[in-house]
Design a protein around this ligand. Sequence first.
Ligand SMILES: C[S@@+](CC[C@H](N)C(=O)[O-])C[C@H]1O[C@@H](n2cnc3c(N)ncnc32)[C@H](O)[C@@H]1O
Length: 466
Amino acid sequence: MNATWRTYLLWFAQEHIEFRFAEIQSLLSLFNIDMRYLERPKDEPYWIVQFASEKDVHLLASRSVSLRNCLELWSRAKTVQNLHEKLKNVPPKIMAPYFRPEKSFKIEVETFCRHFTQKEKIDKIETFSYLPLEGPVNLKNPDVTLQYIEYYGTISNNPPELPYEVFFGRWVASGLRQLIKKLSLKTRKFIGNTSMDPQLSLLMANQAKVKEGDIILDPFVGTGSLLVAAAHFGGYVLGTDIDYLMLHARTRPSRINQKRRETDESIKANMKQYNLEHRYLDVLVNDFSVPFWRDDFQFDAIITDPPYGIREATEKIGTAKENCIIKEEHLPTHIPAKIEYGISNIYKDLLAFSAKHLKVGGCVVCWFPVFREDYHESGLPSHPCLKLTANSEQVLSKKTSRRLLTFEKIRPPSQEELDTIHSQITDFREKYYTAREETRQERRMKEARIRKENHLKYKENIKKVE
Ligand SMILES: C[S@@+](CC[C@H](N)C(=O)[O-])C[C@H]1O[C@@H](n2cnc3c(N)ncnc32)[C@H](O)[C@@H]1O
């Protein structure tokens, strides 16, 4: 039997816009959902799409953090009058099941980028009084929620008098926006300076297609924010970090009003806070440049935020001394020296490790810092066994940004491939500091020029007075 494709409106949060496409594509692939785009997604907060089954809409919404709401779209127009005309012509078989006497209902009004009072909203609801709704109104827990949306663009300080577009439909599902608040860093037991915010952590876990029972690794785990997100979606989580103090929550507290760390702060305590303790496998001290995993150990996904060398050092165990031998008696108390790791080596190791230790079809999702003016996709790290499936930018400053990269393992590597260096990446830290130095110098030169001009003006004025 042919599936009946219905039209839906996906309404997104207007945040991290570049990431929503990658998130939705990953979820469609994870759940094997077929979704048709009726128009090319743009920067507007809505997409118009089609699904063959409403179950698919529920599945997608059950995991998406970018999605606010999803409606079965009954009418869409550029003017309010046109919206009503179109709504009156919707075939009865589409709307009638929801208008039956036993179905309680409510109508909601959403306006994007323009505020209306409750009274104005009620007036807007009244304009739909021609709909043959037979059931009772129930504002708290209705069987059917109908939504009317007015879209006034995205510039909130100067909205137009009339909306650009209006939509009417039946609410089907909401995304996971409330989860972002629940996992907020503000209320999390153990956090640090580089803890990843929950929205981005959840997006990463979605792009990694984490599912129930997966084994997930973060090799630069820090305070374990990415583990929280992965565990929330059913992953069993493992982490490693070179920093012993960080892993044991003994670094300086990052909250302004906290002088000392609580004795019970830890990544495990965070898991417990969210009832995810049963998903926590362990975290271990390890320098990623010398991984300790069994050769045949396979992860379902690797999700990580490696150090960029700005807020934390890019270091690995090593020494510049030649033929350095530690005496037997010093070994038990020896603290290894560290040397510069370097961004290009970190990413080369990360991709080689992922090619070796991911299951085929598994994903590695990682942040990659870039210097915006130099960015070109050809400069991204690569590996022949990994296919780049998503690449979204988060702008950090005028000159710098970081890109969230997703690679999928397409085949196992040969030994030769594991050992080959495939990328020549500019060391971001070097470039960042050079750029800051340049900016400082430019500012100093500008200040000197202004001082000189002011001095000349001053001298001219003195002459005039004399
Ligand atoms: C950007 S932070 C990760 C933050 C983490 N996502 C969180 O939410 O807290 C990078 C981490 O990499 C660790 N790191 C730096 N060099 C490392 C190395 N060679 N091996 C393993 N971890 C390393 C740092 O100690 C730091 O905790």
